[in-house]
Structure formats: C-alpha cells, structure tokens
Write a protein that binds this ligand. Sequence first.
Ligand SMILES: Nc1nc2c(ncn2[C@@H]2O[C@H](COP(=O)(O)OP(=O)(O)OP(=O)(O)O)[C@@H](O)[C@H]2O)c(=O)[nH]1
Ligand SMILES: [Mg+2]
Length: 1103
Amino acid sequence: CQWVGLLSVFTMGHTSLEKIISLQRNPANIRNLCILAHVDHGKTTLADCLVASNGIISSRLAGKLRYLDSREDEQIRGITMKSSAISLHYSHGDQEYLLNLIDSPGHVDFSSEVSTAVRLCDGAVVVVDAVEGVCPQTQVVLRQAWLENIRPVLVINKIDRLVVELKLTSQEAYTHLKKILEQVNAVTGTLFTSKVLEERAGKEEEEEKEGEKSSGDQVYDWSAGLEEVDDSHLYFSPDQGNVVFASAIDGWGFSIQHFAHIYSERMGIKKEVLLKTLWGDFYLSMKAKRIMKGAQAKGKKPLFVQLVLDNIWSLYDAVVIRRDKEKVEKVVTSLGVKVMARDSRHSDPKVLLSAICSQWLPVSQAVLSMVCEKLPSPLEMAAERVEKLMSVGARRFDSLPEQTQHLKTAFLQCSSEENAPVIVFVSKMFAVDAKALPQHRQRGVLLKVKQYLFSQSSHQEALCVLTIRRISACGLLASALYLVLTSSEEEAKETFVAFARVYSGVVRKGQRVFVLGPKYDPAQSLSTLPEGCSASDDVSEIPHLSRCSMENLYLLMGRELEELQEVPAGNVLGIGGLEEFVLKSATLSTSPACPPFTPLNFEATPIVRVAIEPKHPSEMPKLVRGMRLLNQADPCAEVLIQETGEHVLVTAGEVHLQRCLDDLRERFAKIEISASEPIIPFRETVVRPPKVDMVNEELGKQQKVAIIHQVKEEASQGRSSDTLHLDSSGLVTLTTPNRLATVGVRAIPLPQEATRLLESSSEVIRTLEQVNMSLREGKSLDISVRSLEAISDLKAQLESLLQGRKWRNAVERIWAFGPRRYGPNILLNSVEGYQRPSVWQCLSRGDKASEATALRDFDNSVVSGFQLAALSGPMCEEPLMGVCFSVERWDVQSAAPPQRQDSVEEDSTRHEATVESNVEGSSETRRPEVAASSDCYGPVSGQLIAAVKEACRHAFQAQPQRLMAAMYTCEIMATADVLGRVYGVLGKREGRVLHEEMKEGTDMFTIKAVLPVAESFGFADEIRKRTSGLASPQLVFSHWEVISSDPYWVPTTEEEYLHFGEKADSENQALKYMNAVRRRKGLYVEEKIVEHAEKQRTLGKNK
Ligand SMILES: Nc1nc2c(ncn2[C@@H]2O[C@H](COP(=O)(O)OP(=O)(O)OP(=O)(O)O)[C@@H](O)[C@H]2O)c(=O)[nH]1
Ligand SMILES: [Mg+2]
C-alpha cells in the first residue's frame, strides 16, 4: 500500500493530487483546452513538452516519448488515433491554474475524435506546421472550433525546419511566417463573414415581421453588419498575444510578449511600444534611436527579424549547422543558461540545442501563459453557446419550457453550490483495461512493468527504462520484479469510462442522475412528472429517460486515472459505471427539465464497410459481443447486421478500419477474425440518352429508331405482360393484380446540380419531413426561423435548378423525397386532377387555399412504393440517386361491392398511420372486412405499394442506366522530384488531378485530385512507398460521380463492332463494378464463364 501512494506521485509528476483537487474548485482559474491541427503538425509532441513541465515525464524525453499516444499502434504508426486528456498545473503570475488538456488526432479518419474533444473545451490551441502551412484538416478543425463557439489560439510549430531543412534566411522566414498567418486568418475570416451574414439575415427577418406595417420599403444595405461588428479579437496576430512561434521537438517557443519584456529592460524602450512594433513593418533606426515604420519600403530589417529571429538563427548556426564550440559557449554564457557536460559532449547536436533552448525559451511556458491569458475560463461561457447546446434540431430556444430556459443561468454561472443542478455531458466512452483502474492499480501497474520488460519495441523500452528508473528510485525494483514474476496472467476485462465534463453543480461518487436520450423532450415529461422529481424516483414510463448512478469518478491523467470523490463544475473528468446506460454520448442531469445537448457534429462520413466473420464459426457470440463493445468505444464506427445476416463494420477510412480490426482482435473479441474486402457503395441513376455512340460518331435518326425498337422488342418479349405496359416514350403503366388500381410512372434524370443540392440538404429535408409529419398528425411544431429559412431557401434553389418545359411547376408538385424520405430522389405528382397538400406547406401556414386540398386514400402507399424503389435499384440493388419518378396516372376503379365501400375507406385512413412507420407491417393490421374486399391478392395498400415499386423499377430500366461511384478528394504534398511518381499512381487508379500548385517559398507541390473510393484501397500506402515516404495523402469523401460507361452496352453500329468486337466485354468498368456487387449480394450475374468449352467437353468424354 505504501508504494501505491508512491506510484501515484509518479503519475502525477511534481503536482500532488490534493493540489489538483483544490484547483478544481476555482473555475476562474480553470482552462479546458484541446490541441487541434492537421495530421503530423506536432500536437502530441507539443503536448509532451507541456506534460514535461509538470514533471510527469522527463524533459529529456519530451518530444520523443509522445506520452499521450498511449496505444501501441499509435506509437508504431506515429499518429494519434484517440483523443486523451491530462490535467496540468501551471503558475502564471501570482495565480495558479488548472489546465485540462486534450490532445486530438489530426488524421481525417479520426476527425470524430476531434468533435468529442472540442465539445468539452472552451478553447483550442491550433497548431500549424511552419513548412506545410494551412492544410485541409487545419481548415476543418478551425471550422469545428468555430461551430462549437470555442476560442482558438495559434502555435506555429516546426520553425526549426525553416532553418535546417529549407535553409531560409531569417528575413525570408519572416515573410514566410507572415504568409502563414495570412492563410490562417483567411480561414477564420471566411467563417466570420458567413456567420455575420447569417445572423443579420435572421435579425432582419424578425425585424421585418415586427416592422412590416410601419415601413414597407426599407433600403437594403448589404455591407451593414460586417463593418459594425468588431472582429479584431478573432484574428491571430502576434501583437494580440494569441500566437506562439515554436519548435516543439527542440523544446522552444515564444510569444512576442516574452521578447518585448526582455528588450524593454535591455534597451530601455517601453514594453507597450515594443508589443505593438515587434511584429510588423517596423525597424530600429540607429541614427534616430527610434522605432520607425516602413521597413520593407526602406529595405531595412524588420524588428522581428533583428531582435528575435536572428538570435535563433545564429544559435542554430552555431550549434547544429557549424557546430562551433567556442561560439556555443559564448551564446550559452550570454543567455545565462546552464548546460550539463554530458549534453554538450553528446554526438547529436540536437541534444545540446534542446538543452539550451528549453531553458532559454521554454515552449511550455510560452504556450501555457498564452492559454491562461487568452482562453476563456468555464465561467465565461457565451450565452449563445449555451443556447446552441440546449436547443436540439430545429427547435427554438424560446420555445423550450420555462424551467428548461432557467437552466441557462446554471450553465452561465457554472456554480458548484449545493443546490445547483448537476449537468454533465458525456462526449464519448473509452475502453480501459479493468486492471488500469486506480481501484486495481497495484496489480495493473505491475503488469505494465512486466509488459515493458518483455516488449521489444524501442519506444516501450524507453518507457521501461523510465519506469524502472522511477521505481528503483523508490527502492522498489526488487519487490516489483518479484511480484511481476509471481503474478499470474489473468484475462483482462474491458470496462468503459465516460469522457465527460461537468457544466453545472458538483458531481459526487455514487450520485444518481437522469440519463437524457437524444430524443428526450423535457416539455413532455415535465407535464407528467411530479414537481421536484429527482433521479431516485421511478421514471420508467417517460420515453428516452432513464437513471443511472455514477459509480466512480476519475481524474484523467493521460494513460493513468486517479480516483476522485467529487468533481465541481467546469472540469473535465472520467466517469465509471455508465456502460449499461450510455452508448456513445449522453447528457446527464439531476433535473428532468434539462434538454439533451445537440448531437456532436462529425465531419467524417463513415464510408468503408467490411463484413466480418470469426475464423472459427463457433466463436460467433464472442464476435458479436466484441462488435458491440467496439461500437460503444468508437464515436464514429458503425456496427450493423445486413439483411444477408452479415456482420458489417462501417468506418471512416482505411486507417480507421485497421484500428477497429486491431481493437476487435486484441481487446474486444480476442479471437481470430477475417474481414472481407471492403464493400464499396455505389448509387444507381439514369441519364439522358447519349448523343454520340461509343466511337464518338453522332447517333443519327436511324440508329435512335433502332434503339427504341430494341426497347420495344424487349418490352414485348419479357417485360410486358397483361398488367405491365411500356410505351415508346418510357412511360410504364402497371395494374395491380386485382385490377383495381393502375399507375403510370416515368423516370426522368434530375439535373446534376439539383441532385447535388438534394444530397447536401438532407438535414433540411429531414426537418421538412418532420414538420410535415406532425402537421399530418394535426400537431404543430415550433420550428426556428433559421430552419424555416433553410427550407424556403432549398425550395427557391430547386426552383432555379429545375427550369424548362418538362419541369414546369415541378417543385410545387413534389410528392416525396426518397429513399428514407430524405434522399436525393424525387417523387413527382403529375396525376391529372389530383391536388395534394404541398410538401412545402409549412412555408405557407395559415394559407387557407392549401388546407382545402386533402390526401387521396392510399396516398401513402404510393410514397412507400417509391421509397422501396429508391432504396434499391434494379442494376445491383444499390440506392438510387438523382432520379425523378413522375407519376402520370393513378386510376382507382371501385370494383368492390358498394355496401363495402365505406369500410374500405375508413380502413384506408387508419392504414395511413401504420404504413407511415412500417411498410411491411401494414398487412398485419388489416381488418377482417378489408381482407374480404381485398380478395386473394392481399390488402389494397400492399398491392399498391408493390405496383408502384415495380412501376418505378421498370420506368428506371426504360432509361439509359448508369452507376455512380463514391469519390474521394485528396490533397497530396510532394516534392518536385517525386511528383511524376505521384501522377503515375493516380493515373493507374483512375484518379483525376484537379489542380497542382507550388507552395511558395518551398519546393513542395500540393496536388488536389479526385479518386474513386473503389480504387482507393492501398492508395496511401502505395504513394508512400513509391515516393519513399515523402508524399502522404489524406483521403476525404467528397461526392458521387456518374461512371460514364454504360454497363449494359453492346455494340450496335458497324464502327462499334469494329472497335470493340462482338462481345465488347473488354474494358467496361461499370459492368465490372456492377457484377462485383451483384456477385457479393448473391444476385444473378449474366456472364459467360467458359468461352470455348470444347476442350472441357473432350476431357469429360475421356474420363
Ligand atoms: N522538425 C520538427 N519536427 C517536429 C516538430 N514537432 C513535431 N515534429 C515531428 O513531427 C512528427 C509528428 O509529430 P506528432 O506530435 O506525432 O504530430 P501530431 O500532430 O500529434 O500527429 P497526429 O496526432 O497523428 O495528427 C514527429 O515525427 C515529430 O517528431 C518540430 O517542432 N520540428
Ligand atoms: Mg498526435
């Protein structure tokens, strides 16, 4: 027991647990921050320096250990995959601060981990590589920080590369740094402008409503708002104190405050003056003994170069480049730093360099001071942010119940009073080995020592040495080793710890709280729950509300956890014992009035799917359990069982996939598994008939006739029957088996831009559908001005994209979107004489005209049929995209006996509701009368659904069909000499280069390209190999693209025969993709496997 205490000293560095606990009680001095950047820009290295400042790791190892990358695969691959938190103590001025620091991954595949980190913070340290500058993920993280309303500060890292690698002069480096700052500010500038414009639009709308009567003609000033709003605090500028220049690997960093302080003492210039002039176009005039403006014009050295960069450059020159011993000694004495003999004798000059730099300009001090001064404390949370967190979806904050609105003050006060309501948000669940929990620490640590002792990896060796050194310092090595060797291997058990933050109140160990599901509605429950209901009362009847108790509370210390008894508001913490109640994220509160927080916004789209099987079929239950655990432990991975019974894992990309598989194998399932080739998603669509044939000959009239003829022929051969009819214009008419209803459907390709608009507006369409649903149920929903605006925007844009004769009035006639009611396909009502309420009815509420129209019976069956058709197309049962089904005929003959008529109709209205939620289930809800009237063919609604679905499929097939492929965009940075090879790899994989640009001041090129997802597997690896690791691409899902080749194409003209041969099966990419999908799904694949079978036949005979 004695040494458990000692070990806790080891994990906490030179700050005691008691100290941290006392700091947790003073929210004014707490900073919750995360480190964000593009991949490899040095986040974890920087975090190392900060961690070392607390003595948790030795400063000699800082930058090499990457302490917060605690997973083995993170160490091996050298990238962060999980965000992890650590609490640090820092004294700044006369104040003591508690910093809850979260390191996040930069690789696109793990951007969901960034979302989970950003949600819990008030500020962010954005790191930018001084050579690479602003990269795609830099923009993404800045946007994420912006969307969550957290304040960023900037660290320009890896400045050593400017000296050593690019060999820039200090003057050139200054120009380069200025450019980087401009780039970063350009990104925030765009975010800011769009927000101001949006807000202004919202405000105007409200004013318009109020002021409509008073003044009709207001002049519209487009620049108003932009000028009034003060935006200076948003931009990064060294004189604002929100920029640090650093080299994390060499352990130095500074803000200009630091140098202003030094030089004001040394040169007798006022600090304020230096602060304003150290960065910018100022120079020191020796003659006038003054600081003057206009360095550039006069060809003078800017102050920043003269007073700051030159010092650093000459240090690098002396220590690293020329290795001039005498000069080094001079510098060392002039800087007044002490260097140990073993450092100055070390063969690697970097050791000496970091020994000097970490004393002269310690990066931790620069960054942490900036954090304390510039980032807000939990007390300064903006009201705007609170409202955003509390109003889920389209709801307006002021439409929430009064008690709920009251909670806003609790957020803003961040109070730890006894009576303050507890509000906690869990942003992710992470798995820990049960032995690593502090309750079981003794054995856990020992096992770790054992792991280190027997590990081969060099990183771990370093850790091992470190650990042993610590332990032996405590005189414990012998006993530790003894225990290690005698302790038996036990099967490790995973437990989950919630990664959370307390927004209000004090969380106590064992406390009971409500768990609020994402769909929980406080308005509904407040009316049913008794007043003053607490989490110990029974709430089983309230939907989306449950209770749990927080079994254990932990302080997050990187790879270690420390047990806590209570945690006051404003802190980040770990909570144990929630795995039964929380899947991935949740809101916890003692008040049932608390609304669930808005869901995290994930930038990554899960797109790579694989089917997973255990090597030994008998281990299936273990796999299922493992996949469940994985699903809980990863914010972004999805686990599902397909209709085919396959267990499918959906991940954001290749690296993410690899990590998930490793996790399954080694932690969650602990069995051998095999994963299928990645399942590539496709979309099916129709296009306008081509004007030229495959050999680029214009299709003459004659040939067109031939094609139509062919279609007709097909129709008469197989597709047409007595209930199905296809006319030459592509209209498909189909009659239900009982001959009571006939539908006529035509498929029309949507213009590309319209498809893209629908695809990107799925959230808006979903809201629209929700509103329509509640209107149909007779309820009204309070939707926010912003959502209404988005809906009317969408409508206007669609109208402008659907122009021309055939789209006349089409937007008004939209019947539904699909699949799943929000997809990028449209069902159009072109039935003569059928006026149904518009899908846009929420925009014209109160308009009497729209209320007069009513739904026809079975309206919903038509929609359901369309949904089914859009969900899986006839080519290879993949979802449709960009198809408009225009229903031109819908006749219902009433052949049922007249006395039964009423009952059918009555029933049909009841059906509406059930079909809504469950298409297949509708047949079970039919009533006996209907069964009678619907004869042997089943219920009318079911028949109609099937008929519409079939009609849509046939109409689809009557048009030229195409596959659509998912595309990645990738940005590759490569040096000039490997450029050719990058192009080679791209070309081989059907990639297309969009543009190529040279990064100014470097010899690097940035290439932006698109690449089909289907061709992307192994792409990153191949590029890395072919360029010896110099280029590394980041693949981000971008859009869907039509594959131009026709999978059903066969040559019809003489030229085509000549060109492609009779079978034309040589190079049809689309056909290849289509058949691969069909084969995977077990569908019939039409292809000749044996071409010339004679030989085989003879073989057979000879037997
Ligand atoms: N030259 C130089 N290299 C650095 C510096 N900081 C970090 N590096 C190197 O950059 C590489 C990436 O560093 P990490 O700290 O792992 O980067 P990261 O941002 O955490 O990367 P991810 O977490 O994978 O996004 C490592 O090889 C570091 O040694 C620096 O200041 N100068
Ligand atoms: Mg990292």
